[in-house]
Ligand binder design. Sequence first.
Ligand SMILES: [Fe+2]
Ligand SMILES: [Fe+2]
Length: 470
Amino acid sequence: MSTVDRNGKIPNNVDLAGDKRLQRALEHWLPLYMEWWNDMGPAGFQTNDIYLRTAVSVEAGGWANFDYVKMPDYRWGIFLTPNDSVNSIGFGDHYGKPTWQEIPGEYRGNLRRIIVTQADTEPASVEQQRFLGTIAPSLYDMRNLFQINVEEGRHLWAMVYLLFRFFGKDGRDEAEELLSRRSGDEDKPRILNAFNEACDHWLSFFCFTHFTDRDGKFQLASLAESGFEPLARTCDFMLTEEAHHLFVGETGLDRIIKRSAELTMETDGDPMSAGGIPLDMIQRAINYWFTYSLDLFGGEISSNAANFFGEGLKGRFKEKSRYEDHVMKTGIKIVPQVIGGVLVEDEVPYRNAINEVLRDEYIEDCKRALRKWNRTLEKSGVGVELSLPSRRFHRHQGIYADYPFDPEGNLITKETLEANTSRWLLNSADNDFLVSIMNQVIEPGKMANWIAPPSRGINGQPLEFEYVRL
Ligand SMILES: [Fe+2]
Ligand SMILES: [Fe+2]
């Protein structure tokens, strides 16, 4: 099962050659995927050699190969983490029973929905990032962008494999739909809001890869617990690649914050005059992308989420190691709710609040990164701190979406919210300014003025390395 076929049309470790029908179906989908990539993948740069890593195996030590590749020649493959032992379902009502190798009929609808929702985010992000190569701050960053883009493409393959293999005609139809929806399109948008938001400069790109890809980490990790084993193993391997996307976001923001602090000091508090990004603008970008990403976890109180957990389809983050009770049939969670115009602490059955449990984990992880950025600011002596807004602020999904909150999470009036929105959230003047300072820098080792260099290069290569051959 886990032998790697590197030479077939579609590299894989799922024995495609042994299932001719499936292999033909996926090979038929390949040109459709390439058509989408050519239309909606990175604008330009398709004939350039780029120093990319490609997943070639599933062994922890040597799973990737680094070399110059033209993006359309990237080997998008299907890799599942191998299964060496007999596994049992780790949570929910089927706790302790053997995992499913095929889809249990009664959960087909729910699994289809889970897989399609995850799958849709992968091509969406490629579409959102499509023009960023033309304003990249360095060859190092440009290469990281393209690395993320090709890997999101591979994640689409990972999900489409599941659709073709387990959902028959429905799966093939869904796979087609995945290539026909478009990020931000009025008629055929992507499924989730954050994946329809414009990402037209690198401050948004780094916020996106930090906050929105991080939602992906937590979704994939909870699906990696799934009782449907092919889904669990697929997601487990996707997490290996995802780690780099989060690294790009977190360190990218840290480098911007460092440089902004330097320029703020050098210019007596007017970094824009030197083509730098003001720290309050960075705060607005954090507020914007963090809150859109919070929406991706779904409603605070959700019977769907309770079912996914009870049915053994979607667990919690690190279900095995972090929790003792894996069934949670009883138990409650406190969820503050607006009742009669005031915020009160309400008790919700634990399983119904399971989205909130995952959101808690996510927020903790975001706080960890924030502490790092604040250490960078502290070292600079600029005397500014960044913060994360409340989970109630600027929400479009869930129980807080209908109420106006300030970034501290206090209920306010609609008028106060409207009067302060451009102070609290990335606004069109910010976006115009950010686009205006972002000019492509292509000299190896050089950085745009608004960002500090990274501490090291990729795969042991020096910073001056020619990561993209233009
Ligand atoms: Fe992904
Ligand atoms: Fe990602």
